[in-house]
Design a binder for this molecule. Structure first.
Ligand code: SAH
Length: 228
């Protein structure tokens, strides 16, 4: 069975969106993974299918109800479903390339997209949701974060990237940012491609790339070097 993403959202029409084009879209069409966007509102309460309410203790905005979300999650993933359950949340653990590798190696993901002020805390514990953040800023909903996370996983699935392009040398894979890339033309606006890359000396090319990766990482992301 192929890798399966189930997204719980109030805006299922946002999917597949960008995931339906290019690398991830081709892979979707080829059946290398599947995507199901489910409407949380189908589990809303009463005639108006209410999904949210005012925060206990007061304050601005609305909070997604625990009972509504739990019933949406239960309908999407039964007890035998071994996929990790994530809640997109700025409070979550920062998502990394290592997480993408780990999730891509599993059966898929169930992802809950928050909206408004967030979700009732009790459903996080009650349905064992792992909170995941895509960065230290606040977006208006979990849909774009869910797309970011899904895209990062899908491109790592077997057969999605071209033969040989395992992504092993990409940024973050070895704790370094990627070395600079060049292509034709050889000269452009007075700027040329570094000679070593045209030398045909594979050892020298590998050494140059390594040095450049280390230089860029030290310059831009010294934190990556200390955590290696
Ligand atoms: N009041 C919340 C923010 C709510 S933003 C707080 O201060 O933490 C509404 C929803 O957008 C969130 O429930 C979450 O699902 C999503 N979201 C916003 N920013 C995000 C981020 N950086 N990473 C992941 N999800 C995010």
């Amino acid at each position: 069975m192929s890798w399966r993403a189930t997204i719980l959202t109030l805006y299922p029409e946002m999917f597949p969106g960008p995931l339906g084009t290019s690398l991830s879209g081709d892979a979707l069409a080829r059946g290398l993974w599947s995507l199901e966007a489910r409407q949380i509102r189908d589990h809303g309460i009463g005639r108006h299918a209410k999904v949210d309410d005012t925060p206990a203790g007061g304050g601005p905005g609305m909070v997604l109800r625990a009972d509504v979300l739990a019933s949406a999650i239960d309908a999407a993933a039964d007890e035998g479903d071994l996929r990790p359950r994530l809640l997109m949340s700025p409070r979550g653990r920062p998502f990394t390339q290592a997480d993408a590798r780990r999730f891509a190696a599993g059966p898929g993901l169930v992802i809950v997209c928050g909206r408004f002020e967030g979700v009732d805390e009790r459903v996080i514990a009650g349905r064992d949701l792992a909170e995941v953040s895509i960065g230290d800023y606040v977006l208006s909903g979990g849909e774009i974060p869910a797309m970011v996370l899904t895209d990062a996983c899908v491109r790592l699935l077997p057969g999605v990237m071209g033969a040989g392009a395992s992504g092993d040398e990409e940024s973050f894979e070895n704790g370094l940012l990627e070395y600079p890339q060049y292509t034709r033309p050889r000269e452009w606006e007075g700027r040329s491609i570094p000679d070593v890359l045209l030398s045909g000396d594979h050892g020298a090319i590998a050494r140059w790339r390594r040095q450049e990766a280390e230089r860029l990482t030290a310059e831009r992301r010294p934190d990556l070097l200390t955590s290696r």
